[in-house]
Write a protein of this length. Structure first.
Lengths: 201, 201
């Protein structure tokens, strides 16, 4: 089994979207597989006493400028969605259910959800929007809706968030984990790439 | 006159120290001169409702790990100082005075001050330490001490901080400014490098 890159993400993070478009190529170059790890970024913000980037004044203006600048650098389509951010609980729970039941569909749905929000300004905080995305991915809509309210799935998301925030000290997204070494931020993919090439330093 | 790279810094910022060791080479490759721009990072934190990295819990632990990891990657000596951070008002005022009176000595003093704190754990929050560093740089100690309490120098530091935080929206250090385009963070020097090579994108 190939070694892994853990990719901790929240569907409402622009930088996690940008990194999600690059991490699989990076992993493949190093014969690694990406393990997608959803968690609730809002819980991390609460634990740290921080908030979404756009809720800061100067840092918020810089970030919105930098999302688009970074996207252009990496040739990734990007439009800042409005409203932002989105509480993407339904999408996250559906993703967790898919990971357990149809891992390939899970990855298809992940990219479709990120692109819906950050390219097409479809509001992924709405259940109907998420179900439409699921349907476009060929996912059974009735099963998808059931997954969104499944108590075991809800509990699993709480567990994953506890693992991220409580156990690993994840405080932002994306956070990449390679062999216990954490890298935070879409702008750290090059450093992660070097880390894997050199086996650390 | 060569075009400039504005380098906004505070003597207590580890990432600004790391970037200060790399920015002159980067600038030279693009036929640019570095314009060193001191400001009070604490005022930016207050304006944004943020605080020093190490005052956050998980982000603080990650940052301390990452300061050293980034330093090793870039082959820059680094030891996390204790106590940290330092209110480096005296050093900053002396730097401003030197910039106006002996620009070459100012840059020598800047690097010496950063290295004293982040390599040799000399506490640059103490006036006596700063005066000792000044003396080691061949700067007249009596003149240096006078500069630290000069009302005009104090006013100039307030103006610079206002320009950074109030006018330009600087919220962290280092912040590099090229032709009005801002880059925040030591880990954005490669992006800045590309920006200069390509003339933006």
């Amino acid at each position: 089994m190939a070694a892994e890159i853990g990719f901790w993400f929240d569907f409402s993070s622009p930088y996690a979207y940008l990194a999600s478009e690059r991490i699989e190529d990076l992993a493949a170059r190093h014969d690694r597989t990406v393990v997608w790890r959803p968690f609730l970024l809002g819980i991390a913000f609460k634990a740290e006493g921080t908030k979404p980037l756009t809720h800061y004044d100067a840092k918020g203006r810089y970030s919105v400028h930098d999302f688009a600048r970074s996207a252009r650098l990496w040739n990734i389509p990007f439009e800042m969605p409005d409203p932002f951010p989105a509480a993407a609980l339904d999408a996250t729970r559906l993703f967790i259910w898919l990971q357990a039941n149809d891992p390939e569909a899970a990855v298809t749905f992940l990219h479709a959800t990120y692109r819906a929000y950050f390219r097409d300004n479809r509001f992924i905080g709405d259940r109907d929007v998420v179900l439409a995305i699921a349907s476009e991915c060929g996912i059974d809509v009735a099963a998808a809706e059931a997954a969104m309210t499944d108590a075991k799935i809800k509990a699993r998301l709480r567990e994953l968030t506890q693992e991220a925030v409580g156990d690993r000290g994840v405080f932002g997204a994306p956070t990449m984990d390679v062999d216990g070494e954490m890298f935070w931020g879409a702008d750290r993919l090059d450093m992660l790439d070097q880390w894997l090439s050199r086996g650390g330093w």
